[in-house]
Ligand binder design. Structure first.
Ligand SMILES: Cc1cc2nc3c(=O)[nH]c(=O)nc-3n(C[C@H](O)[C@H](O)[C@H](O)COP(=O)(O)OP(=O)(O)OC[C@H]3O[C@@H](n4cnc5c(N)ncnc54)[C@H](O)[C@@H]3O)c2cc1C
Length: 355
């Protein structure tokens, strides 16, 4: 009789025919349990929007916590695809998913951070620096942390603005854009938050530096500067044996920032290879003193690099970060020029208005 009310316990998850095994708690999703176990399960947004954690359920039963059909098409659903970030395990389950074994991804940790300082970078982007006692910064350049402020409610994702080796000890920095009517960014840009507490979990994300010898083509917009700059800092610190170009798309000169840090990357870059960064403005007044390129970053890449034969996109690796429409346009431009999908890495800065 009492057995009927037996509380559900943890369930075992097996990935790729026992390549990895871990336990998932009844109130935990499969992705979070995998990341806590230090497995490089592919993921990005972790809120059921991006589809990066899509995987095939081959055995067992799950309980979806969101409608997968927003992200997965009919064929995928029929073949047993699920979103790991929106799945609880009802029984032991087996899953097939491609795991990137080329890097060591660390298990996520939880911390209490304190706002150390906030520094305006442009009219709508702020650098947030937090201090954490006992921080073991085991993230990779390009990855992100999840930040929670009680007053705001819910969690928000923010990418590391620096390569781990460039951070001061016990500190993490983020570049955060002031989103109109946004709760977290409204809190940050409102009354000085210095000294306030933030709950923080890290590291997350499948966007990180991959070492290779092919040229890097990087595009960012808005606060997407953070993750792409961190990736480039890592490549510079590693003395990567490759060329790189970084196109930052912005509206006007008011939106330009991080020039000093990009100059440092340029100086540190492996002297046998080339690193260029270019700001491309699409809403700069015609009569202004701006001497740099104008228009869309993707058009500039095509006219000044691809058509002039400076880049063969089939042999490049792409790193993209920022607002979803810009990333979608850049992915389309990269693939149209023959860059293989598996060589394109990106983080779309999705927010609750993006669905
Ligand atoms: C992997 C990842 C990394 C990221 N990294 C960064 C980063 O480094 N820097 C950065 O600035 N951002 C980053 N973001 C975005 C960030 O996580 C937040 O989503 C963003 O800062 C907005 O948070 P907010 O609380 O200010 O806005 P929110 O309060 O979440 O609102 C965002 C917008 O949605 C609207 N909205 C809210 N609820 C709804 C609803 N139910 N329906 C329709 N519209 C709604 C709001 O009016 C507002 O315009 C990242 C996102 C992801 C997924």
């Amino acid at each position: 009789m009492f057995g009927l009310f037996k509380k559900a316990g943890p369930q075992e998850v097996s990935l790729n025919s026992d390549q990895y095994k871990f336990e998932v708690q009844p109130d935990q999703n499969i992705l979070d349990a995998a990341l806590k176990a230090g497995i490089a399960f592919p993921h990005d947004c972790r809120v059921g929007s991006c589809g990066t954690c899509a995987c095939k359920l081959t055995k067992g039963k799950i309980k979806p916590t969101a409608d997968f059909s927003y992200v997965l098409d009919g064929e995928q659903l029929k073949s047993g695809m699920i979103l790991a970030c929106q799945s609880r395990a009802k029984t032991p389950v087996s899953i097939d998913v491609e795991i990137d074994d080329s890097v060591k991804v660390e298990a996520t940790n939880s911390y209490i951070a304190v706002v150390k300082k906030v520094t305006p970078l442009t009219h709508d982007i702020m650098e947030l620096t937090v201090e954490i006692d006992g921080l073991n910064h085991n993230g990779l350049a390009g990855q992100y942390a999840e930040l929670m402020v009680k007053k705001v409610g819910g969690s928000r994702s923010y990418s590391f603005a620096k390569a781990p080796a460039n951070e001061n000890s016990k500190e993490l920095s983020f570049y955060i854009r002031n989103v109109p009517k946004g709760k977290f960014s409204g809190w940050l840009f409102g009354k000085d938050p210095t000294g306030q507490k933030i709950e923080l979990n890290t590291p997350f994300g499948s966007f990180y530096y991959r070492d290779k010898s092919t040229p890097m083509v990087c595009i960012a917009g808005g606060s997407g500067m953070s993750a792409v700059k961190a990736v480039l800092e890592q490549a510079a610190l590693d003395q990567a044996e490759r060329d790189a170009i970084f196109l930052f798309g912005a509206r006007t000169q008011q939106d330009i920032y991080s020039q000093k840090e990009l100059e440092v990357i340029k100086k540190q870059w492996n002297p046998n290879y080339n690193f260029e960064y270019i700001y491309v403005l699409n809403m700069e007044p015609e009569d202004s003193d701006w001497k740099g390129p104008r228009g869309l970053v993707t058009d500039y890449l095509k006219s000044d690099y691809i058509e002039k034969g400076k880049l063969n996109m089939k042999e490049c690796q792409g790193f993209l970060c920022g607002p979803p429409p810009m990333i979608d346009a850049a992915i389309a431009a990269f693939t149209a020029e023959g860059m293989p999908n598996e060589e394109i890495f990106f983080d779309k800065f999705l927010d609750s208005g993006s669905k």
